[in-house]
Ligand binder design. Structure first.
Ligand code: TMP
Length: 253
């Protein structure tokens, strides 16, 4: 395939110029990072799994009327997406205390929250993606009050959808992160879900055993990350063929 122009390379994905104006190709790498890339490893097959899983979640969201950047999957590692102007915020929704919130506020991991809690982090690696308030966001012009209202509404719809989908396969959606982008249709601006939704950006706990099935397996050295993601994919039925994290040819009897 002719080499396309690289637009951006992040820690887990690469964006290439798309075939038509307003589109991009999103390539999922096997790289796993944590703690602002202090910890790094290559997990064979992670990109393939996240491409499939993000396709699955974004397709579902599109189908229920939550707009996303996803257009179609192209191959094992690439998907066609709409080009958006990313709002420089990570939007985190929490249903159960865990991770940085547990640490910051001294709440035991696993404590159910009385209502979903939404947090915003300013996307800046040099600053370590600091937690910010709506005051900061508006004062510094990262988003308007209307954008914030729309972002909260989108995030809560994504939370309800993902929580339901995961519950149906025996998995608790503890928390997740989304990114949101702007698109323009004529003079009209809309906010849509962008980036990815995958076990890299969610906390997923088995409802019966509490087993972690997300990137905490890597962050906390709890086992094989690809096995955990494969289990999520398998339960959701998004591994229809022989797509596993084995990349070497295997003999099929
Ligand atoms: P946190 O508890 O570390 O703040 O993470 C909250 C959620 O956001 C969790 O599901 C993991 C996800 N997340 C990302 O997707 N990217 C990040 O850089 C971080 C820090 C968290």
């Amino acid at each position: 395939m002719a080499r396309r122009k690289k637009i951006y390379e992040g820690k887990a994905k690469v964006l290439y110029e798309g075939p038509e104006p307003g589109t991009l190709v999103q390539y999922f790498k096997d790289d796993a990072t944590a703690f602002n890339a202090e910890k790094h490893d290559v997990v064979e097959g992670k990109g393939v799994l996240n491409n499939r899983l993000s396709e699955f979640f974004m397709t579902g969201l599109n189908a229920i009327g939550v707009p996303t950047h996803f257009i179609k999957r192209i191959n094992m590692r690439e998907q066609l997406i709409r080009s958006v102007e990313i709002i420089p915020l990570e939007v985190v929704v929490r249903n159960v205390a865990a991770g940085s919130m547990s640490k910051r506020l001294g709440i035991e991991e696993g404590t159910a929250l009385p209502r979903p809690i939404i947090e915003f982090y300013y996307k800046d690696d040099a600053l370590g993606d600091p937690l910010v308030t709506e005051e900061h966001i508006i004062a510094f012009g990262w988003a308007s009050q209307q954008d914030l209202d729309d972002m909260v509404a989108l995030a809560l719809r994504v939370n309800d959808f993902l929580s339901g989908v995961m519950m149906a396969v025996g998995i608790k959606l503890v928390d997740f992160k989304i990114e949101i982008g702007r698109i323009w249709e004529n003079d009209f601006m809309r906010l849509i879900v962008a980036d990815e939704i995958s076990p890299d950006s969610c906390r997923l706990w088995d409802m019966k055993t509490g087993q972690k099935l997300d990137k905490d397996v890597f962050r906390r050295d709890l086992g094989n990350l690809a096995d955990a993601y494969t289990e999520v994919a398998r339960r959701l039925g998004v591994l229809p063929s022989n797509v596993t994290h084995a990349t070497k040819p295997t003999l099929i009897n």
